[in-house]
Design a protein around this ligand. Structure first.
Ligand code: ACO
Length: 333
């Protein structure tokens, strides 16, 4: 039984909710079709489409880095939200492909936006990075510490794939997407819940064979595709179901499932396990390939700008990446 004072305090001091005020993306201009991959790879458009659903990927220009992609996506998101860069309190960038080992991409974004009042740091959870950054932003807003937060997923995986290894290089692409979140204490909109998970026992299944502390090279992506596939289906389905259960929602009450875009067969398996109709599942892996931490905001933007995702709907985000890291989020738009 709550003391009357506690009830009064809760009524007069409601916890702020993180409301999605705007979104934006940036994709490099250059498109690499499956058919245009180097013949030496001995792959084919048919093999790639059949096994992954991927038709093409965007590739960053020599003059572009992860931070330039992130800055462009952030500018577009702020414009979409109608919020000035000078109002942002915190910038979070989810990335595994920073321009440099340090400083963070987030610091470069802060400078690019001239948002010097904002704190800024990177979040590293590979393909689950955007959900991890969203959960971090949600906690800062719920605690009342920050009001306006820019959450960005930005990657240039084309720089860390081994272009001689057909089993990995065909899977990835470059891009960036951003959400602007703002605290609100009235209304019913906002992030309903977030859940994060890690199982560090499987780091050898997906990793780079180099890095700041283990060699003088960045390293290239190495992967046990079959194991990653199996874990992705299992973990993403479980995380999505957990989010629904905690929110006391049924899958029928979800308007859109926006999964991490790695492989259309992974996405279809997750959709089937959750028993969500295929037409409610957003798929953009065909045109972007796997853009790691950028894939969810890129998929969200594609569906929202096509007029599919609209205000008042509920979306369920779910992702899994190396580490293994995975997580989910439910948002009332
Ligand atoms: N083109 C042609 N043949 C290929 C290619 C290619 N690009 N890549 C692999 N092959 C060959 C293999 O060499 C193998 O040949 P072999 O039988 O002569 O040895 C054959 O195809 C079958 O290879 P498998 O690895 O068994 O193929 P599988 O059906 O498992 O598909 C794939 C491979 C697409 C990588 C799949 O395992 C997968 O998608 N896994 C998930 C990985 C993923 O999405 N990772 C992204 C990061 S993690 C995340 O985002 C969740």
């Amino acid at each position: 039984m709550k003391h009357p004072w506690q009830r009064w305090y809760k009524m007069t001091h409601p916890l702020p909710t993180a409301v999605l005020k705007g979104y934006g993306v940036y994709l490099p201009q250059k498109i690499l079709l499956n058919a245009d991959l180097p013949p030496a790879l001995e792959t084919s458009d048919e093999w790639i489409q059949q096994r992954t659903g991927i038709r093409q990927r965007h590739i960053a220009a020599d003059s572009e880095t992860t931070s330039t992609l992130a800055i462009n996506a952030a500018r577009n998101a702020l414009e979409n939200a109608g919020i000035a860069a000078t109002s942002v309190d915190l910038i979070l960038v989810a990335t595994s492909t920073p321009d440099n080992t340090f400083p963070s991409v987030a610091s470069k974004v802060q400078h690019g936006l001239q948002a010097y009042q904002a704190a800024a740091f990177d979040v590293q959870a590979v393909c689950a990075g955007f959900v991890y950054a969203l959960a971090t932003a949600n906690s800062f807003i719920r605690s009342g510490q920050y009001k306006t937060i820019l959450v960005i997923g930005a990657e240039t995986f084309s720089r860390i794939v081994d272009w001689q290894d057909r089993s990995t290089c065909v899977l990835f692409g470059d891009g960036a997407g951003a959400f602007v979140l703002q605290a609100e204490t009235t209304g019913r909109k906002g992030i309903i819940n977030t859940h994060l998970y890690t199982n560090g026992a499987h780091t050898e299944m997906l990793y780079t064979d180099g890095g700041a502390s283990s060699g003088d090279l960045v390293g290239k992506v190495r992967m046990n595709g079959k194991e990653v596939f199996k874990h992705a289906v299992e973990y993403m389905s479980a995380a999505a179901q957990h989010a629904l259960d905690e929110a006391n929602l049924t899958i029928e009450e979800i308007d859109w499932l926006i999964p991490h875009q790695a492989n259309s067969r992974i996405i279809e398996s997750v959709g089937k396990r959750l028993k969500i109709p295929a037409e409610k599942v957003v798929i953009t892996v065909d045109s972007h390939a796997n853009t790691s931490a950028a894939s969810i905001p890129l998929a969200f933007h594609a569906a929202a700008s096509a007029g599919k995702i609209t205000a008042g709907q509920k979306v369920l985000l779910v992702a899994m990446g190396a580490g293994f890291t995975w997580g989910s989020a439910v948002i009332q738009l």
